[in-house]
Unconditional design. Structure first.
Length: 229
């Protein structure tokens, strides 16, 4: 079976209650649930949460919340892999083990159904353990700067000062939307990033982390640019 798991704990610090805070006229998590449902890819769509209000919201939006996440998987430093592994392990006790599992972040309002479908195809055809959304850095990371405590600037790698941007290797980063993986890979605790993972490339204009109030404001601007009020 194919399983979608949407992690959505209740303890967000920088943007309180961000998983169910209104965004574009509906709870933030609604965008992820709607994409999962519309895709037609999943036998079950589960929200993994420790929060009753999030659970009630998720159920009203058409997702399942068949368990509450334990406290040891609800802290600020809990990683994605153990949370998904917990949901996979739970599903495997229900008599119908999961085969392919997609983690969809609750704060991914620009996720698109076609990308989810493309991710599954890449996972299946590549032979990789994971396939996840990535996008290009807007500027060469080799020319990155740091601002020191004395309010002065220096390069991370001063050897690149005179290197033309077009001569530097292109770099990519996690787009923070979805992560397809084989059930056994999630359960093994493998890290998401490595040579066992394949990229699902997204354009930069559809990628926005939502971790800070500034991120939220920029996401709202992007939403309006896409025709949503």
């Amino acid at each position: 079976m194919k399983l979608a798991v949407i992690p959505a704990r209740g303890g967000s610090k920088r943007i309180p209650r961000k998983n169910i805070r209104p965004f574009g006229g509906r709870p933030m998590i609604a965008w992820s649930i709607a994409a999962a449902r519309t895709s037609g890819l999943f036998d079950r769509i589960i929200v993994s949460t420790d929060d009753r209000e999030i659970a009630e919201t998720a159920r009203a939006l058409g997702a399942e919340v068949p368990f509450f996440r334990p406290a040891n998987l609800s802290g600020d430093y809990t990683g994605t892999v153990p949370v998904i592994a917990h949901a996979v392990d739970w599903q495997n006790t229900q008599g119908e083990p999961a085969a392919e599992v997609c983690c969809i972040y609750a704060t991914a309002p620009f996720i698109e159904v076609d990308d989810l479908r493309r991710g599954l195809v890449i996972l299946q055809e590549s032979g990789a353990d994971f396939a996840f959304s990535v996008t290009r850095y807007a500027a060469p990371i080799q020319r990155a700067l740091r601002v020191r405590q004395d309010n002065r600037v220096e390069m991370f790698d001063a050897r690149q000062f005179n290197t033309r941007s077009q001569d530097l290797e292109e770099a990519w980063h996690d787009a923070g939307q979805f992560y397809w993986g084989r059930a056994e890979a999630w359960l093994s605790g493998k890290p998401l990033f490595g040579t066992h993972a394949a990229p699902v490339v997204l354009p930069r204009h559809r990628v926005q982390d939502i971790d800070t109030p500034e991120d939220w404001d920029r996401a709202e601007l992007l939403l309006r640019a896409r025709g949503f009020q």
